[in-house]
Design a protein around this ligand. Structure first.
Ligand code: PHE
Length: 462
């Protein structure tokens, strides 16, 4: 196969693009919601411990495999071992599935940015606003197509001229916005009907204090598994995306530093997102508002913005612009990974490949967006929840395929290629891979066991 010509300009460009992929709705919405649900500081400590051990192992593996093979998932696995081509194909299928619905979520986020831009703060806070939006057969489709179109345009412009350029501009702004909104959240205070005053600082304490009440072994296991699946999703590992991005990294870049920086960026934004959302929800709705789960972003937060008074429209706008940046840079990484694999398989050029994929995914996004109206279905998933088209795609890709792929990859690297395959690449610039011992133990023993348990749990077998 021909070697890739595209590359990131250097370490910073790569780190910002990879952080762009990693930082997404998972950080801004899922992380705060899980932290509130899973015992505040307790979840934070478990998550941080996992980032430093497990997260780093998976991230370093993906990126090192990418740079070493200079191929995307399918080509990379073939190069590692032709017999393991099936794992490359499976890995490639994860972004193929995610792409069908990611632009739909991007469309929802864009819609809400427009809502705040046009000052419809009170309307958005109404109970049925979100439901009536997603069940409409027109508006969610248009927003999804718009988001898909913008994503395709950026990927069409290439690795350095498209992806890197957009990430260099959006990621620093995103970081500043998250810090500003979190700072504002901490200054909030509100007196409820019973005359009780709650402040943003109380909310912060609620967020970072470990809550041990009612902690049993099975609940602890549940928190551990929640943290693990969150980490997976958040770092964009085991879906071939970091392999593709790794294949664009120049040989002189120090991968140790890059991996650390990506982890710090991703975890930092997740922690800040918690500091931005939990105190705000706490001030206006107490701890009840936090169990909102998936509806936190589109139902609970709009109520919080409305309760903020005049400032709410502006804060709401800033929040959804931040979320657009996070979602867009993730969405481009999904499309780039599919594009890169297709270019390698079919030996086609970038522009033609992107154009064909755009047509396919405009259609797919429209179908998924209509999954709440014309194509409405109710399917009971093995984990007990009932889902529509979007949830089905999400369930197959994130809950079933990703842990399975991570399990087999850890086995392939740990036992067939041996951990040195990755370690050599991490040290190819002459720098030492400091967590080498930890890496060996994690990839050979800990990761396979943890992935197996996660797989059993998320498929409802456990
Ligand atoms: N890592 C992203 C997040 O935290 C999600 C994502 C999933 C990105 C799949 C790319 C692909 O939200």
């Amino acid at each position: 196969m021909n070697k890739k010509k595209s590359s990131f300009s250097g370490q910073l460009g790569f780190v910002l693009a990879a952080a762009g992929s990693a930082v997404g709705v998972g950080n801004l919405w899922r992380f705060p919601y899980l932290a509130a649900k899973d015992g505040g500081g307790l979840f934070l400590v478990i998550y941080l411990a996992l980032v430093l051990t497990f997260g780093f192992t998976l991230l370093a593996s993906d990126i090192a495999i990418g740079r070493r093979t200079k191929e995307s998932a399918i080509g990379a696995y073939i190069q590692m071992s032709p017999k393991w081509k099936f794992l490359g194909v499976l890995t490639f299928l994860v972004p193929v599935l995610i792409m069908t619905y990611y632009a739909v979520i991007g469309g929802w986020v864009t819609k809400y940015a427009v809502v705040y831009l046009t000052g419809q703060t009170a309307a958005a806070a109404q109970d049925n606003y979100f439901t009536s939006f997603i069940t409409s057969p027109v508006s969610p489709v248009l927003f999804a197509l718009l988001f898909m179109g913008v994503t395709a345009f950026i990927v069409y412009n290439g690795v350095e001229g498209g992806i890197e350029r957009v990430s260099r501009c959006m990621m620093p702004i995103l970081l500043v916005l998250v810090v500003v909104i979190a700072g504002y959240s901490l200054t909030l205070h509100h007196v409820d009907e019973s005359g009780q005053m709650r402040t943003g600082m109380d909310g912060l304490l609620y967020y970072i204090t470990p809550h041990f009440e009612g902690l049993t072994f099975s609940r602890f296991l549940q928190i551990l598994l929640d943290a693990m699946s969150q980490l997976f999703f958040s770092l964009s590992v085991s879906m071939g995306i970091m392999i593709t991005y790794g294949s664009y990294v120049k040989p002189e870049v120090n991968l140790n530093k890059a991996v650390n920086q990506i982890e710090i960026f991703d975890t930092g934004v997740a922690l800040l997102a918690g500091a931005m959302i939990i105190p705000a929800v706490f001030v206006f709705s107490g701890t009840d508002g936090m169990s909102a789960g998936p509806s936190l972003m589109f139902i609970s937060l709009p109520k919080v913005f409305a309760a903020m008074g005049k400032a709410g429209t502006f804060v709401g706008l800033l929040f959804f612009v931040t979320t657009i940046f996070a979602t867009l840079t993730s969405c481009i990484s999904v499309l780039e990974s599919i594009t890169a694999n297709c270019m390698e398989i079919f030996h086609t050029g970038r522009k033609k490949t992107v154009l064909v994929l755009t047509v396919i995914y405009l259609a797919a996004s429209a179908v998924i967006a209509l999954g709440y109206s014309i194509f409405y279905v109710e399917v009971k998933l093995p984990n007990g929840s009932v889902g529509q088209l979007l949830d089905i795609m999400d369930y197959i890709s994130n809950s079933v395929m990703m842990p399975f792929i991570a399990l087999l990859s850890a086995f392939l690297i740990g036992w067939i290629k041996t951990p040195d395959y990755v370690i050599e690449e991490m040290e190819s610039t002459g720098d030492t891979f400091r967590r080498k011992k930890l890496y060996r133990v994690m990839i050979r023993y800990v990761a396979p066991v943890m992935m197996f348990v996660l797989f059993l749990q998320s498929t409802g077998i456990l």
